[in-house]
Design a protein around this ligand. Sequence first.
Ligand code: CDP
Length: 243
Amino acid sequence: MGFIIILVEKRKKLYEGKAKVVYETEDPNKVILLFKDSASAFDGVKRADVEGKGVINNTISSILFEILEREGVKTHYIEKISDREMLVWKAERFPVEVVVRNVATGSIVRRLGVREGTEFSPPLVEFFMKSDELHDPPVCEAHIVLLKLAPPEAVSLMKETAVKVNGILSGIFAKAGIKLVDFKLEFGKLPDGSVAVVDEITPDSMRLWDMKTGERLDKDRFRFDLGELMEGYKEVLKRLSGS
Ligand code: CDP
């Protein structure tokens, strides 16, 4: 009598965040990112389950990482391996958020009194320290070096890469009739020692405005109850796929 052996791949969870889970693989240099169906804002104070968000964010992030890789930007992306998972190089993530702004909105308006809608040309690049406890305070290059948030030589590289990514993504979104208002990138060191863009690139970490109507197609829909979140994200994916 024969019997079937079912091999269940047991993957160890390395980390679980608000929107993603990180799993180890057989290769110590590679990990899997799983995108969850959850939305959060305001340091996790506002949360909700949003069906289908993980699949759509994994798809959008994969498309954008593939474009960046083609354009010669070093990233942690290897490949999309399922509807809600991507395989990436394991990175030592720097606790820094790099924000690029083309138009003033959000925290820069609140912090510095810049008038909402002011265009920045050249784009403004800002650094924030990743810390829920301190509510991600703005930091300058000297703070990054002093607090050892990232290697000193990585600071100018992060800035230059962020500007390059802004140029590429602004063009991609413009073709889709969408204004890239601002976005956040994270960086880290890959197993080969290089500094690369890590984490995700999704409407959770960008502001995307319809060029004609000004409709918000990003996470501000969730933050400020501007409309059903998934409708905006689906529209972004539809237009990216079509352009
Ligand atoms: O979102 P908020 O107004 O508090 O902050 P911001 O500094 O105006 O955010 C600038 C851009 O970075 C927006 O596209 C945010 O979605 C993104 N961001 C992010 O993805 N994660 C953060 N922790 C902070 C900002």
